[in-house]
Structures are given as C-alpha cells and as structure tokens.
Design a binder for this molecule. Structure first.
Ligand SMILES: Cc1cc2nc3c(=O)[nH]c(=O)nc-3n(C[C@H](O)[C@H](O)[C@H](O)COP(=O)(O)OP(=O)(O)OC[C@H]3O[C@@H](n4cnc5c(N)ncnc54)[C@H](O)[C@@H]3O)c2cc1C
Length: 517
C-alpha cells in the first residue's frame, strides 16, 4: 500500500522519497539491493556553486556551453540556483565531503571554468551521498524500502497512470496502485557492450514510460566517457575526469600528447571531443587498434593513492599504479542525456507520472552533460518532483493485488543481449552514419523476432534494452547533424536552422519530432 511509488533508490529516488514522506506513505522499489545504482559508482564529485551569485551564473554558463546549443535554460537555472540549498541539506544530513583544515575541498573537471566539484573519500562521492541519503530515509517511518523487486509496466487508463506491476523477489507479478509514480530508475548503459554502468542500468523506466505512451526525448545523446580502463577482458572501470583535473595527460601509442590537435582546452575539453580524439588516436593506419594512455607520471605534490583510493585500489589488482605506469584507456557509454520528457517539476506527459535523475529529460544537459552535474540534477529535480507529486489529489485506496505469473519460456537471453550491445556499440556508438544506423535497425528487428516472452528479469531487461536501443537509433537517424555527444560522419556539421531543437518520440507518433522544450 502506498500513496507514492518511487522506482529506484539512487540519488534522485532517495531524495524524492525524503521530500514525499511528509505527504503520505512512500514505497521505494529497487531491482537489486539498496545501493546498487549508478549513484553508488559516481567517483569524481558533485558540481555546485557555493561561492555566491557570480559563481552560480558561471555554473549556468558552463552548463549551457557544454550542452552545445540545446540546454533548456530554464531547467539549467533551476539546477544551478537550487543546487547550493540541496547540497547544504546533504551536509545537514551527514554527508561527509572531503575537507582540508575544516574547509570543503573543491576540484575541477572538464569544461568547468572554476573549481566547484565537491568530492568524498577521494573518489567515492556517490557512495557517500547514497549512504547518507539512505540513512536519512531509513529514519523516516513513512518510507518503505523494497529491495530485489523489478518494476515491469505502468498501469494506465487513458492518459493517466494508476500504478504499476512489479516482479517481486519470489518471481510473482503484483499490481501496486498509487497517487503518483516517480521513475527514478537511472540510465541505460547496458545498451552498449562497453559501459561504465552497472547491470541495473537497463533503461527500464524509459521503456516502461514509452510503452505506456509517454513522450521520450533526446535519446540520440549518449555521453561516452573518454577514459574507462582499456584492459582487454576487464570491466570498463571508470577513470574519473578528476584525474585529468589533477593534471593527467593523454598519450597515444607513440607516447605523444595529442589533445592540442583537437581542442584548446586540451585534456579538459568537453567529453565528446576527448572521447572522439581517443577513438581516432586508437585506430592505426591499417585500421588496427592502438593503445591510448592516461599518464600521471609527471604529477607532483599530490598523494595519488590518498586522493584516488578507489581507482588506485582497482588498478592495483591489475598491477597498475597511477603516477608510475601508463594506464590504457578507451571510451565507454556513460550517461544518457535523454529520457522521459518532463517539465522542471518532473511532470511527464502522462498524468500522475513523474521522472527525475538520469531516467528523465528536462533538457538540462542539452546535447552533452557538464561533468558532475548529474548527481546535482538527481538532488534538485528529485526534490522538485516530490513537491509536485505531493500536490496530486487523493487517490482511491491503493491496493496490492496478486497477479499470476504468465507462463513464459525461460530461454537463454545472453546471446541476444550480447548481439544487441555489440551492434549498438559498433553502429550507434561514438561515430555514426546512416548506413550503420540502418544496419542497427535490421539487427534490432531480428533480435525482436527472437526475443522470448518470459517474465523473468533477464527477458524483461532485454525487452527494455531493445526499446531503448530502437529509440536511440531512430532519434540518431533523424538528427542529420553533429552536435554534442551525437556525431554523424555523414553530417559532420551542426545545423542550427533545422536541429537546434529536442527530439521527441512516443508510441503515438510514427516519426521523430523536433521541438523546443
Ligand atoms: C562509474 C560512474 C561514475 C560517475 N561519476 C559521476 C560523478 O562523479 N558525478 C556525477 O555527477 N555523476 C556521475 N555519474 C553519473 C551519476 O552517477 C548518475 O547519473 C546518477 O547517479 C543517476 O542517479 P539516479 O538516481 O537517476 O539513478 P541511479 O543512481 O542509477 O539509480 C537507479 C535506481 O533504479 C533502480 N531500478 C532501475 N530499474 C528498475 C526497475 N525496473 N525496477 C526497480 N528498480 C529499478 C536501480 O536498482 C537503482 O536503485 C557517474 C556514473 C557512473 C556509472
């Protein structure tokens, strides 16, 4: 029984739940154990302008510039102006950001004009924020946290969301009705073979919203982080941008620094520029793969183990050491700018449906997210969505009904998933063109024909990733220009006259529409 259902227990879901708790009973549902989310793995930090008005307006300009002509200025203003208050709240709830002589420490990341990134335990910012939010949420009686439960589909009548179905930890399908539902289900990195995201990031909320008829926006904009660990057979562990913020260089196979050929900001250029530069430097004259390295051997006056304990620990498992070794890097899918289209109060295009955090698209990141703005986004828009949801009129009494599990084939979905992920990486990744995207369309069609109907987590996730993949490919085909994180070899220029707009897709529309927010 719940007044409000929150799908996801990352930064957006937990912050929203805390805000909603005064208005009624909140059920927070999460697919795995609490803490397994993109939030948990966020390393570098949270961007916030704590230095007064000038700092706020510079943060706004940096956000707008990173978004390459597509940032929704209203949403970005909300982000930078309300950010400081939301971070003060975190401090009051016990988040322990790193300090020096009692003062908060700020670092810098790519495309920020100032040092404004707070971090915790060196490189474990998300885990620390998640810890403190969870502790606070647990202390509130009207919040129930439900683990190992997968939300499957929204219940819709006309254009109104009444609740959702979930697959509980025993494999039973249940119906939960609610006054309002918040999708805070995070990103969809699992749509690509190379990603920094954990397994839970399968775009479920976006696919659920699409199936229910909601509008989805900007799906062609997937940010590829330039520097994930590039060791074969090893997960694409993130090597935070903060390493470059602390002075790391990028070097090609010949040992040369190469970023001066690509951007005046060198290693701190926008992520899409750095990611494409690394991709280019990583292709040899005979199309062979060449290594590209991150180099901190020259960085003095900073204890790299102490500053980056998580990264140092992970690298040491593979015999690598920051400051001693060249670290092989390659790009990986990292952050989805697109998602469920919402206004600045988290309202989606269906009644009683809300979205916040990485699952949502307010247009705040435009075509490319400014580093460390997404944790802040989760806080600010999670809190805003909670305020708006609290205003929803009282529902009929919410109920949980047992629904029999439909019989489905428990087919092995692993091969299909791998094919989908590799196709997306090769055909709809960093460098795109119409031929490759059309190839992806045909492969996705074949995968759909072979996808089993089973109502188990693996097949439900495959279905969701398939939907997300289709939305990415469809939107990328329609955007015949290059902008931010979306790069078309066949349309390498930006075309403001046609495309300085957000893409919108929904089940009701045949084609992708472009519109202002
Ligand atoms: C390695 C890494 C490093 C990063 N570093 C930074 C950084 O330094 N700074 C920064 O600002 N951002 C960073 N990001 C991005 C940032 O972490 C995310 O954008 C942000 O945490 C997303 O928060 P969220 O609450 O929207 O979603 P998440 O934190 O991903 O939470 C999603 C939640 O939804 C649940 N869920 C998903 N589907 C279902 C379902 N069907 N049913 C039930 N539950 C479901 C998940 O279990 C999870 O609890 C990083 C991301 C990664 C992966």
């Amino acid at each position: 029984m719940a007044d409000f259902v929150v799908v996801g227990a990352g930064i957006a879901g937990l912050r929203a739940a805390i805000g909603l708790a005064e208005a009624g009973h909140v059920l927070v549902i999460t697919k795995e154990q609490l803490g397994e989310s993109n939030t948990q793995y966020a390393q570098g930090g949270i961007a916030v302008a704590l230095g007064g008005e000038e700092d706020v307006s510079l943060h706004l300009e940096d956000t707008v510039n990173a978004g390459d002509g597509l940032v929704n200025r209203e949403a970005a203003k909300v982000l930078v102006q309300e950010g400081p208050r939301r971070v003060e709240e975190l401090l009051a709830w016990g988040t322990r950001f790193d300090r020096e002589n009692g003062k908060l420490m700020f670092t810098r990341e790519g495309a920020h004009s100032r040092n404004r990134i707070l971090h915790a335990h060196g490189d474990a910012t998300g885990a620390e924020i998640g810890r403190s939010l969870l502790a606070h949420a647990r202390s509130i009686k009207s919040i129930t946290l439900m683990e190992w439960t997968m939300c499957v589909d929204l219940l819709v009548e006309g254009d109104e969301v009444l609740g959702l179905t979930v697959l509980d930890r025993s494999g039973n399908l249940q119906t939960i009705c609610a006054r309002a539902v918040l999708l805070a289900s995070g990103g969809a990195g699992q749509v690509y073979s190379d990603t920094t995201n954990p397994a839970v990031a399968s775009g479920d909320g976006i696919a659920m919203a699409y199936r229910a008829g909601a509008e989805i926006s900007d799906m062609e904009f997937y940010q590829f982080h330039p520097t994930a660990l590039g060791l074969p057979g090893v997960p694409r562990f993130l090597l935070s941008e903060a390493l470059r913020g602390e002075g790391a260089y990028l070097r090609n196979a010949k040992g040369e620094r190469f970023m001066e050929r690509y951007h005046p900001l060198l290693e701190l250029a926008p992520r899409d520029v750095v990611a494409r530069a690394i991709t280019q430097e990583g292709i040899g004259p005979n199309r062979e793969t060449l290594p590209v390295y991150l180099d901190m051997r020259h960085v003095k006056g900073i204890d790299l183990h102490q500053r980056f304990p998580g990264i140092s620990g992970f690298l040491s498992k593979y015999g690598l050491e920051l400051g001693r070794d060249l670290i092989p890097v390659r790009p990986a899918a990292h952050y989805l700018m697109g998602g469920v289209r919402t206004d600045v109060h988290g309202r989606a295009s269906l009644k009683r449906l809300y979205a916040a955090g990485e699952a949502a698209c307010t247009g705040v990141h435009g075509a490319n997210r400014l580093a460390s703005n997404s944790l802040l986004e989760g806080l600010v828009f999670g809190a805003r969505a909670a305020e708006a949801m609290s205003e929803e009129p009282d529902p009929a009494a919410p109920e949980i009904l047992d629904v029999p599990l439909p019989a489905g084939k428990l087919t092995n979905t692993g091969d299909l998933l791998q094919r989908l992920q590799q196709t997306m990486w090769q055909k709809a990744g960093l460098l795109r063109d119409a031929a490759g995207l059309n190839d992806a369309v045909s492969v996705l069609r074949q995968i759909q024909e072979q996808t089993p109907e089973g109502k188990n987590r693996a097949s439900l996730e495959l279905r969701n990733l398939h939907t997300v993949a289709e939305l990415i490919v469809k939107s990328a085909l329609a955007r015949e220009e290059s902008r931010g994180a979306h790069y078309r070899n066949d349309f390498p220029q930006k075309d403001d006259s046609h495309f300085q707009k957000h893409s919108i897709v929904s089940r009701a529309r045949d084609s992708v529409e472009f519109s202002l927010f």
